[in-house]
Design a protein around this ligand. Sequence first.
Ligand SMILES: Cc1cc2nc3c(=O)[nH]c(=O)nc-3n(C[C@H](O)[C@H](O)[C@H](O)COP(=O)(O)OP(=O)(O)OC[C@H]3O[C@@H](n4cnc5c(N)ncnc54)[C@H](O)[C@@H]3O)c2cc1C
Length: 307
Amino acid sequence: MNPTAQYDTVIIGGGPAGLTAALTLTRYRHRTLVIESPAPPRNAASRGVHGLIGLEGATPDELRTRAWEELDRYGLAQRLDVTVSEITPMPGDGFTVRADDGTTAWARNVILATGVIDQHPDGVEGFSACWGRTVIHCPFCIGEENADRTWALVADDPRYLGMAATAFRPWTGDTIAIAPPSLPGADALRRSLREQGSDLVQGEITRLHHTNGDLHTVELADGTRLERQTLLWPQPQRQVPLVERLVKDHGLALSDGYVTVDDGRQTSIPGLYAAGDLTGQAWEQGAVPAVTAGSAAADAIHFATLH
Ligand SMILES: Cc1cc2nc3c(=O)[nH]c(=O)nc-3n(C[C@H](O)[C@H](O)[C@H](O)COP(=O)(O)OP(=O)(O)OC[C@H]3O[C@@H](n4cnc5c(N)ncnc54)[C@H](O)[C@@H]3O)c2cc1C
């Protein structure tokens, strides 16, 4: 990155949100820089992204490659494969963006499209091999690929666990709930689930037995073994370090842990926009919402330049 390089907009994160913002801004003839960390993205384990019409089942890599082929046809958006470590707002005068290799750029506007970090459980043997295949975070994304199997919903929220018997019926008629030993109201929940043909099992998961990521048995700390083929196990999320730093150093506003934005996707810091997973709770996330948000942020930036 040239220390004096100046852009209309720097986009941080080259997933669906950031790349859609880049395409929209390119078509408005803005000079844009997309900075994408070389680390694997959140959905690196995905075998195919579902729900994006025209691109159904494309791998995350294919999506990104295809997006850059489209962007490169215009020749306006630049790309840098580094991790941004710091964004400094210059009141009334844009932002300085600094990467972890020490280089900097200046931009009038910045779009944060950094996604979120799923916090995988420590010490569960077999988790990584099954994640994204038979241990899934979202039925809408990967439920179809796990249809007609035995499922368990793993959670610690009694309201969510109460949906185990019915909510996943498009894909399976056999879902039980697995919850920690400390779950409040467990006896009543177990009775209710049993009446609906399901069940509640309590315990800490210690090992997932699988064959090349194809789960067959869940082992609990007390030695209990449950024959289950798919776990729906949403992971707690956190913001990436860059966003945590903006919160700490510059008062970037969060709501329930996610970046607060207005209707035009602007954050609490004027000129700093955010789009994609980092702004929404888990049930609001996905490639399609990220694409929509990236486009909305780009529109807002463009229309702000017209005044
Ligand atoms: C296993 C799995 C499967 C999924 N399958 C589906 C599916 O089938 N359909 C669907 O709609 N959704 C799916 N999702 C969710 C989907 O991947 C996300 O909702 C979507 O990718 C969000 O897009 P985004 O652009 O907001 O963030 P991301 O795609 O996460 O992109 C953010 C990018 O920002 C980069 N970044 C972060 N910090 C920095 C920094 N400091 N400097 C530079 N770059 C940075 C990251 O490396 C990342 O590449 C899946 C998720 C997972 C985990």
